[in-house]
Design a binder for this molecule. Sequence first.
Ligand code: ZN
Length: 407
Amino acid sequence: MSYARALRCRKCGQEYPVQPLNLCDFCLSPLEVSYDYKAMARVLSQEKIASGPLSMWRYQDLLSVEGEVVDIGTGFTPLVKADNLGRELGLDRLYIKNDCLNPTYSFKDRPVSVAITKAREFGFNTIACASTGNLAASVAAHAAKANMKAYVFVPSNVEPGKLEGIAIYNPVLVTVEGSYDDVNRLCTRLAERYNWGFINVNLRPYYADGSKTLGYEVAEQLGWRAPDCVVAPAGSGLSFTRIWQGLDELSMLGLIEPVNTHMYLAQAAGCSPIVNAFEAGALHVHPVRPNTIATSIAIGNPADGYYALRVARQSGGGACAVTDEELIKGMNLLAQTEGVFAEAVGGVVIAGLKKLTASGVIKRNELTVAFITGAGPKTQEIVSGIAQPFTIQPTIDSFEEVLGKPA
Ligand SMILES: [Zn+2]
């Protein structure tokens, strides 16, 4: 059973029964799942969680699903002590949360696993999503596992490697001539017309909760404590707010000490509406037209930008943007210090972390976790041209002629 008791409007507090619905009828603000934390606290303990499966589903008591879950093996990804990268950046206690190691190579498997389980509970036969690429792959993979039909919509400029990574699961794959924001608007209208479970439209409250497991896992993997600083990417801003919420819930349930984590969000300079608002001291996020190679987070009109901004401010954290050139350097630095080949978004996080550390915002002794949310091999073209191998004949003479005698 779950401890979800209602959907609640984040702005006006109006409550609704648990159902496929994402916006408040009264004020059109996003709905979120509201839980009976008192009842949850009576059954939850560190020991109970630790005895669960080695996946995100060890946190099932904290999520909204009722019965059997649609699970392809997501979560409990490594939290790696990043000593080499830390030395390079001047941080003594740096960790990388490597969420590339999910079944479809991005953190999206977390929210999708929850949302598709709810979709099945609600009786949907067909699921759908608007995506910049990673979400579509995850939705298609989970639909295959759940024997459901999937329609996935992506912008037509999505990278070829991502398209293949979606098509292999055989969903109905639709490319839309437009930006992600156009795709998202179309899907909102399709959700009104068809009785489908749209993962990030009418199922969005459940989808959102899956990202809280990033916060739970990091706290557990640190020995049940929150980090001093978090650096995470922001596209729609949703997962950024849920990492913080995950930490906050654990402290509310008495599983960790009160949370004082400074939350820093990173965006690409070619699409940084939330960073712009943070720097301007503005309350609201003004949409921009995306122009960056970090396509996974190229969302010009971020649905949860307002809330992400609030988390960054209220936690005493911040926001920073990096250029495409800087993010490529970040990808290389991460690979060459810690052996992790992240997608462009990972480069945004590492380049952002570098800036925040160099400017003294994040301090050497602060326990810092950088979230790497998607793997690099799907978008190899970003680093095309870096492979310059030595070509030799299959003889020792040829080897030594070309490379000289190694010391
Ligand atoms: Zn409302």
